[in-house]
Design a protein around this ligand. Structure first.
Ligand code: ADP
Length: 247
């Protein structure tokens, strides 16, 4: 089966500083793939370049076996089926979870017209299905501002899922969460991967260990190695550049 995403020799040069120095990486269909590595390794830059926020200097990124992303504008990349949850909040705190998802689904700027336009049963069903998936169905009519930190993060993920992406990019999804919220987030990511590949930048090794999926280690703008968490922990280069440093 062809990968959903292929990066080949991707280079990002910020005025002479190469944040990515030739990254090769594949994300398979329905896979949860973790991206780890010390600060400054280039993980966020890689997510930025996949979603079009940053343009690559050289290399190729192919999505869904045919679409070259390197020249596409950010909005077009979203349209092709790549969603990115940023760490910065994007929810409307004075609106309910349901309304936030409604806005994300309709993808329009004019809030008044969105909230007063009649909704079809199909649209309502779609929002309710996402609310159930992210565990917010019971609080769907509460203002988003009153949700817990974890619930707000799940709502942000839901606002991406409502677009039915084929690939979801997550940057440290469990940052600031309680133990219970982290467990739930892990379960949510597993569930999402039934219909959508997920590429996750994560620093928390205990969280990564709860998955039995592949992990990619980045260092100095390159992929250092790839393997299961057990394999990576035994890799001497990784011990030196990453796990050794973080203890
Ligand atoms: P990571 O996410 O692995 O911590 P980043 O992708 O954020 O790493 O950064 C990789 C390197 O690129 C770092 O040295 C960072 O300072 C540098 N960098 C990131 N963005 C820019 C930018 N816009 N201009 C110049 N350098 C940048």
């Amino acid at each position: 089966m062809k990968p959903i995403l292929s990066c080949r020799n991707v280079i990002v040069d910020f005025s002479g500083f190469k944040a990515l120095q030739g990254v090769d990486l594949d994300v398979q269909n329905g896979e949860v793939l973790f991206l780890i590595g010390p600060n400054g390794a280039g993980k966020t830059t890689l997510l930025d370049v996949i979603c079009g926020k940053t343009k690559s200097t050289a290399g190729e990124i192919i999505f869904d076996d045919k679409i070259s992303l390197t020249k596409l504008p950010e909005q077009k990349i979203v349209h092709e089926g790549i969603a990115r949850k940023f760490q910065a909040p994007s929810i409307f705190i004075h609106l309910t979870s349901f309304e936030n998802l409604e806005i994300a689904m309709k993808q329009q700027k004019n809030l008044v017209s969105i909230l007063f336009a009649k909704m079809t049963n199909r649209q309502r069903d779609k929002i309710e299905a996402v609310l159930k998936k992210i565990g917010l169905y019971d609080v769907r009519d509460e203002k988003a501002g009153s949700l817990s930190h974890g619930q707000k993060q799940w709502l942000e993920i839901g606002m991406q899922l409502i677009q039915e992406p084929k690939l979801l990019l997550l940057d440290e999804p469990i940052a600031g969460m309680s133990g219970e919220e982290r467990t739930k987030t892990g379960e949510l990511i597993q569930e999402i991967s039934r219909d959508c590949s997920v590429l996750v930048v994560e620093h928390d090794m205990d969280f990564v260990r709860t998955f039995s999926t592949l992990v990619i280690v980045m260092h100095e703008g390159k992929v250092l190695c790839e393997g299961t968490m057990a394999e990576i922990q035994e890799n001497e280069e990784v011990k030196n550049v990453y796990l050794g440093r973080s203890g």
